[in-house]
Design a protein around this ligand. Structure first.
Ligand SMILES: Cc1cc2nc3c(=O)[nH]c(=O)nc-3n(C[C@H](O)[C@H](O)[C@H](O)COP(=O)(O)O)c2cc1C
Length: 217
């Protein structure tokens, strides 16, 4: 059951020195590639990183988090603001059978076309999409017996604390303008198999029926 997988998943930060089969890495990437997105916009890129030098740079980007350089592989998840251009977004809309006049209509409505609301909203909407793909990849990894950790503490456009290393990471990953590193997923096999210890807020303080205050029976 998927819920069992979810209950048994936990962030793992220490890995065995063991490679992940390429076929499994491809399955994980495919899970992200197939994730849902707003009007199928897919404003994202996913980069598999196995090169140690690149891992070291990305570890530096994450404030030297050791699991970033010690993971067997990383998936760098990029919000691609270019995915909202009329050309690129238009292409996916056309593939859904939306004709030119339908596309022009969409491009004129702020709720459907965040470009009309400014760069911040485009980034926000792009990040929103990427997070779904991250969850899909993390769960597919777990299904394959591969542990992971999401790395969100990184220097990027929103939190530029180390501009030099950010520039270096952008260059080494061959990122274009408008492509922003949002999340790094570390992947590997856990060094120690310890039970999950889910520390969460009380269920009834988070989940409600009909309105805040009414708990689920
Ligand atoms: C958006 C996001 C960013 C995160 N950033 C980091 C990070 O930079 N480094 C890290 O070790 N863990 C990071 N985590 C992992 C969380 O600390 C972890 O998911 C949380 O403590 C719950 O533990 P669990 O995943 O084992 O259930 C991040 C998780 C999310 C969802």
């Amino acid at each position: 059951m998927l819920l069992d997988l979810i209950e048994n998943r936990k962030s793992v930060r220490e890995y065995l020195d063991k490679d992940i089969p390429k076929e499994d890495l491809k399955k994980i990437l495919k899970a992200g590639y197939l994730a849902p997105s707003w009007m199928n916009s897919q404003p994202w890129k996913f980069i598999l990183v196995q090169n140690q030098e690149t891992k070291n740079i990305l570890s530096e980007l994450s404030g030297n988090q050791p699991h970033v350089k010690n993971a067997a592989a990383l998936i760098v998840c990029i919000a691609d603001k270019n995915g909202w251009s009329k050309e690129e977004f238009g292409e996916v809309l056309a593939a859904r059978g939306i004709g030119e006049s339908g596309r022009e209509k969409i491009f004129s409505i702020p709720m459907f076309y965040p470009v009309l609301l400014g760069d911040d909203k485009v980034l926000l909407r792009s990040v929103e999409q990427v997070t779904y793909a991250v969850s899909y990849m993390m769960l597919e990894a777990k299904e394959l017996g591969i542990d992971s950790c999401i790395i969100g503490a990184i220097s990027n456009e929103a939190t530029v604390i180390k501009p030099e290393i950010y520039k270096k990471a952008n260059e080494i990953l061959n990122l274009k303008d408008g492509q922003v590193i949002i999340t790094i997923i570390t992947l590997g096999y856990a060094k120690e198999k310890t039970p999950t210890n889910k520390i969460r807020k009380d269920f009834n303080t988070v989940v409600f029926s009909e309105k805040i205050g009414n708990n689920i029976e």
